[in-house]
Design a protein around this ligand. Structure first.
Ligand code: ZN
Length: 323
């Protein structure tokens, strides 16, 4: 007993002496490792990488909130950022037509993770129909020969759950010491996504199938439409140049009446008089904004992926229910 106590005291005093002699050494052992330098191609993906990476990963986003990933031109400073990164994440499916050239320019040698590479069933793009807006997709696709694939897979939550697994796998490959933490974060975040998916299905379940019709100029909701049983109709008669003809407007009004459409999200029509006219003649009030390819800024209603999906679903279902 006495010896034990003495040994205990001795050990503590050695510990204290070590701490007193070398405080910097002590500080070093508790300091977290330098974060992994990651680059994500666009804001939505940036949020997903942050969710999985946590404190261990510093994420730079190339195409920030409110910007269009289809027509992106990287700056020299962004090319430098990419050159110094340890891991780069892109969506793939022909979304970032500029990525391979950027990686070449930056002489990038690290990991490049295409987050759609596993667990996604790519959808055919509907762009061969009447095409409205999102002209950059077409261009991007024509340049890279992916014209028939819709890149917006994240608009279906189960696909995003697959993205999250692919992100965790990628981070494990560059940071084995953090792998447990990435897996844990991915598990937690996937559970949140599962709950989100259940909520979205419940909101749509409250609306009869034949009423689930939306007019939008965006062609970015194919995966959402398929997963949640919603029909997104392109406004017939509207031209990509936004120069709405009287004939085009008349056609759109006929379509809204004929298909009894209550949700109108016509983003490429910027003339408020036209919107007002359509509203007056059909009794359908045009609804607010949908987020497809980008998050909002931090103060907006779509600052994270989960907030974006909730915002879109609420906007769509409220418009249909006439709220
Ligand atoms: Zn898009």
């Amino acid at each position: 007993m006495k010896t034990n106590l003495r040994r205990h005291l001795l050990l503590s005093s050695i510990g204290l002496a070590a701490a007193a002699l070398s405080p910097s050494l002590q500080a070093q052992t508790v300091k977290p490792p330098a974060p992994i330098q990651a680059v994500a191609s666009f804001s939505i993906l940036g949020d997903l990488v942050r969710q999985v990476g946590g404190d261990r990963v510093a994420v730079e986003v190339l195409v920030g909130p409110g910007s269009d990933a289809h027509v992106f031109q990287p700056t020299p400073s962004q090319a430098r950022t990419v050159g110094q990164a340890q891991i780069v994440f892109s969506n793939g499916l022909g979304f970032e037509g500029w990525m391979s050239r950027l990686l070449d320019t930056a002489r990038y040698k690290g990991q490049h993770i295409v987050v759609s590479r596993q667990g996604i069933k790519p959808l055919e793009s509907k762009e061969d129909e009447d095409h409205h807006g999102h002209e950059a997709h077409k261009k991007d696709h024509d340049d890279h020969g992916h014209g028939d694939i819709d890149p917006h897979a994240w608009q279906s939550v189960p696909n995003t759950m697959a993205y999250v697994s692919n992100i965790a796998e990628g981070l494990c490959a560059v940071d084995a010491a953090g792998c447990e933490s990435y897996k844990r974060n991915a598990l937690r975040y996937r559970a949140e996504l599962k709950a989100l998916d259940t909520d979205i299905r419940a909101q749509w379940a409250a609306i009869p199938a034949q009423q689930r019709k939306v007019i939008t100029s965006h062609d970015a909701f194919g995966y959402y439409a398929q997963t949640y049983g919603v029909q997104f109709l392109a406004p017939q008669g509207m031209n990509t140049d936004n120069e709405a003809s009287a004939k085009g407007v008349a056609q759109l009004i006929r379509q809204i009446r004929k298909e009894n459409i209550k949700a109108l999200f016509v983003e490429s029509i910027s003339d408020p008089r036209l919107i007002q006219q359509i509203g007056r003649e059909t009794g359908v009030k045009p609804s607010g904004e949908l987020f497809s390819d980008s998050l909002s800024d931090a103060k907006g209603s779509a600052a994270t992926y989960i907030a974006m999906m909730r915002h879109n679903t609420e906007s769509l279902t409220q418009a249909i229910r006439g709220l």
